[in-house]
Design a protein around this ligand. Structure first.
Ligand code: GLN
Length: 201
């Protein structure tokens, strides 16, 4: 099969690290800022950063509706940290009325693991990833309060859900792009390949 084209939503956040990790996982990685660029990718990563900013910029760049439409249509999408928040059908944050793309039937609590200076690393066992646990970097990270029946919990940390998959949508509380371990990106690129192969049957 030809190499899948995987975009990284490049409005704010750690875009470069995801582009590098995706390239290591054998995808053609490119930044996505405009609806025309979104239309050209086989899958998309929504990076970590600040979800209120990403959400506002997505609306400003006319990307929110096209993003929702592609996720609804089954485009594989992977959200890390702020990106996880963007994929939540519902967020718990009394201060903000921020909009999300949605796609995963889950309720996410922003900043649940505490403030910036309470950021930490922890080994996380992920269902579907062979070998040693993944080193999870948690930076002002969200956790998932609850998931609906169609969402599958892939990992927990200290009793809190930190990785979820629903169909072609994947989300983690932590940042695998900040470590040299690209197994999460390989998992996602595998999802993109499968989806592209199913579409061309
Ligand atoms: N706390 C941030 C938010 O609410 C997420 C932090 C991150 O992506 N590292 O968007």
């Amino acid at each position: 099969m030809t190499t899948p084209v995987v975009g990284v939503l490049a409005l704010q956040g750690d875009v470069r690290e995801h582009l590098i990790a995706l390239a290591s996982a054998d995808a053609l990685a490119r930044p996505v800022r405009r609806p025309e660029e979104l239309a050209e990718v086989d899958g998309l990563v929504i990076p970590g950063g600040e979800s209120t900013t990403i959400s506002k910029l997505a609306a400003l760049f006319g990307l929110l509706e096209p993003l929702r439409a592609r996720v609804r249509a089954g485009m594989p999408v992977y959200g890390t940290c702020a990106g996880m928040i963007m994929l939540a059908d519902k967020i718990l944050d009394p201060r903000s009325e921020q909009e999300t793309v949605g796609g995963i039937d889950m309720i996410v609590r922003r900043n649940a693991f505490g403030r910036q200076n309470e950021s930490f690393e922890a080994a996380v066992d992920i269902a579907g990833i062979e070998g040693a646990p993944v080193e999870g970097v948690f930076i002002r990270a969200p956790w998932v309060e609850s998931v609906g029946a169609s969402a599958e919990v892939l990992a927990e940390h200290e009793g809190h859900i930190v990785a979820v998959r629903q169909g072609n949508a994947l989300a983690t509380s932590f940042h695998p792009e900040l470590t040299g371990d690209h197994r999460m990106h390989e998992l996602f690129v595998g999802m993109v390949r499968e989806n592209a192969a199913a579409g061309s049957l």
